[in-house]
Each structure stands twice: as structure tokens, then as C-alpha cells.
Design a binder for this molecule. Sequence first.
Ligand code: ATP
Ligand code: MG
Length: 434
Amino acid sequence: MTTKLQAIRGMNDLLAGELPYWQRVEAVARELFADYGYREMRVPLVEHADLFRRSIGEHTDIVEKEMYSFDDRGGDRLSLRPEATAGLVRAAIEHGLLHNQKQRLWTSGPMFRHERPQQGRYRQFHQIDCEALGYAGPDIDAEVIQVSARLWRKLGLEGIRLSVNSLGTPESRRLYRAVLVDYFEARRDALDADSRRRLDSNPLRILDSKNPAMRDVVAGAPRLLDHLDEESRRHFDRFLELLAASGIAADVDPALVRGLDYYTRTVFEWRTTALGAQDAVCSGGRYDGLVEQLGGEPTPAIGWALGIERIVALMQAAGIAAAETAPAVYLVLSGERAEAAGLALAERLRDALPGLGVLANMDGGSFKAQLKRADKSGASVALIVGDDEAARGVATVKWLRTGAEQQAWSWDELPRRLAAAIERGEASGTNDGR
Ligand code: ATP
Ligand code: MG
């Protein structure tokens, strides 16, 4: 007996009908990155597990419980990438991209985290990443946020709010950490088990707790923002000024700490109230220590990642249309002679009118059945070639969406007349849900 094969839980098939949303997000992002001078780069989906341990951090949720790691046949410990920054930075160092150079880069693709699958949270999900390497100032912090803000605008998404915070330098964080541990130690009884464990390993993460019972004790905690070093304070204030100058509203959220170790100074998150519990659609921050930590020269940097699934969900929730474009022309081919002529005719049309979309009927079928397929395809015009038309070198032109009269056009004049019909807006693929 064979068992039915199914996709892995939390890893989604993206069917053709849904893809227009993805393509829209990707196309808009690609165009926008070009407008801002960010160049696309691609890195492997699999890296040494060590890369993520050393960058994201040993005591983070991702590395502690979410990574897909395995030993390959050669005995190397590898991981499916849970995010893109570590791989990009590894590659930038490896290829000397940061020798006396700065880099504005972007990438996109699947990421893998072994989380509990639910709406908006998957085990294979997809991100678009924006990274600026070699830039130290708050101006680039504002620029990468401009990129994301423009992306929401271009996609027609509203109501995504920006939260920002500063995590200071590792040094100011260390000082703050001691203050924070003192505070929580004195209130140990109010902490849940997770937070008690974090008290030793990663006390800042306690601030990030989603447990409602922890809300009060977290709210009363000393704020990192009040313990910033002077330079980080200046950086943060200037960043806020530049955001305001760009017309981007931001909420300062002192509890925003982000779940990755490598962040320094600026961190931010774009949030929505339209997706229930999964409210973060895009998050990022500055990671000034990471390049050096991974073996490169000290290099300041900042980046963000957005989750495409959540953006698509937002578009769908907002009723934003992303239409599949149907081919404009359906070739109805009836008879052996017509079939041979029709395949050649289809090629001629594609040569002459690229982008039009020409669907040739396959596997024969009655005239009526083929016309039904033509209608279902969304095409606006059917070109009918039977053996009689094939002998005469013509096609019967039948407009499927208007009552226009049928005509016979010769193959030679077809491209020109179709082009004219396109000009008049008659021949274009439609998609009204067929
Ligand atoms: P969350 O708080 O929702 O777990 P995160 O802080 O782990 O998010 P990042 O690591 O910063 O998220 O990743 C950036 C973006 O990627 C998130 O804002 C979100 O849109 C998306 N994302 C993260 N994890 C998932 C997932 N498991 N499934 C779908 N999208 C995800
Ligand atoms: Mg997470």
C-alpha cells in the first residue's frame, strides 16, 4: 500500500493562482531597490551551522530551538538558513566586498525555522532583505526605512506602524544588563520559567516576553533607552529627526529588543493590527559588530527583513487586487492540417507581438469544446483555424468579450490587425476569476 505523500507541515505550496500577489511584491521591491541603488545578491540556502550560532547567538530562540540542522555525508554540521543577514555578511567578507567599499545590497528567498506552524508563521517562509554594509551614520538608518515605507505605499498597504528603539553599544548594554538583572532578581517570584532561565543567559529577552502575566513586571523594568552611552543617544536622536524629516511617523518602544544577538543601536519593527498575533511584517536593525565578529574588518551595517507571506496576507486582507494576466489570444485548431499550420501561426504571432499571450489549443477536441476552453482561458479573442481556413491561409476572428462580428483575417495581416486592436484596447487578457 502506498501512503499519500504530503508537503511538510509549515512548508507551503504556492499555487499559480496565488502567485500574482508574490510577483507583485517581488516586482515592486526589485524596482524600488534599483531606484535606491541597492544591488541584488544571492547566497546559499545552506551554511555551516556555526555561522548562525556565531552571528544570531547561542542563546536566542532561533539557534536554541528553531534551526534545521543536520550532519551531511561528509560529517559537516550544516543548517538551513533561518535568516539572510549572516550569509550575506559571510559572503561579503569572503569575497572582499568590504575592502574600502560600502555595499547597498538586497536579497530574497526562503528561510527555515522549526516553529509551531500557524497563520502567518511557517517553517519555510520567504523574506526580502535589505542590507547596507559599511555605513555608520543615522542617515542610512533613515534611508533603509524609507525603502520599506515606500514599499508599503507602492503596494497600497496602509496602517503599518513603525516602532523604533536603540540597543546602544555592547558596552552600554552590558552595564544596562547588570541593572536589569538586579531588577528582575528582586522580583524573581513574578517571573515565568522561561524568563527565569533567561535571567542568566539573555535577560534582555525577558522584555520581549509575550506572556501577559509578565506584563507588569516588564513594564516596570529599567529602560535601556535611559542607559544609552552618549554617542548612541546622539545617533538615536538624529535618526528620529531624519525620520521626521522624511515624513515617517515612528513610535519609540523601549521594550523592542529583537531576538537576535547581533543588533546594536538602532532597531525597528513595522507592525500591523490586521494579522492577529503575527503583527511584525518587517524588522531589522543596526549590527555594527557582526562583520568583525565573523572575521572581517570592523564594519558598521544595518538591515531589515520582511516576511512576504505576511505582506501577501495584508494585501489580501485589504482587498488589493493582484490579477493574473491571461493570454489575449486562444487558437482554436480543428483538423490535422489546421493543427500543423496553427502551431506555426502561434509562433509567428509570438514573434510579432511578444507579451500578448498566445495559447494554442492542445489535444484536439470538438470545435465547441475548444471554444469553451478559449472562453475559460480568459482570452479576449479566439482565432479559429479549421482545415478550410488552413487551405485559404486565414483565421476566423471571434471576439469573446464583445458582440463584435466574426471576420476572416489572412495570416499575413493578423499581427498588424491584432496590434491595432490592442491599441484600441480590444485585445488584452482579462482575469475575472475564470
Ligand atoms: P516574530 O516576532 O513574528 O517571530 P521575528 O522577530 O522572529 O518575527 P525576524 O527574524 O526579524 O522575525 O524576521 C523578519 C520578518 O520575517 C518578520 O517580521 C516576519 O514578517 C517574517 N517572519 C519571521 N518568522 C516567520 C515565520 N516563521 N513565518 C512567516 N514569516 C516569518
Ligand atoms: Mg520569531
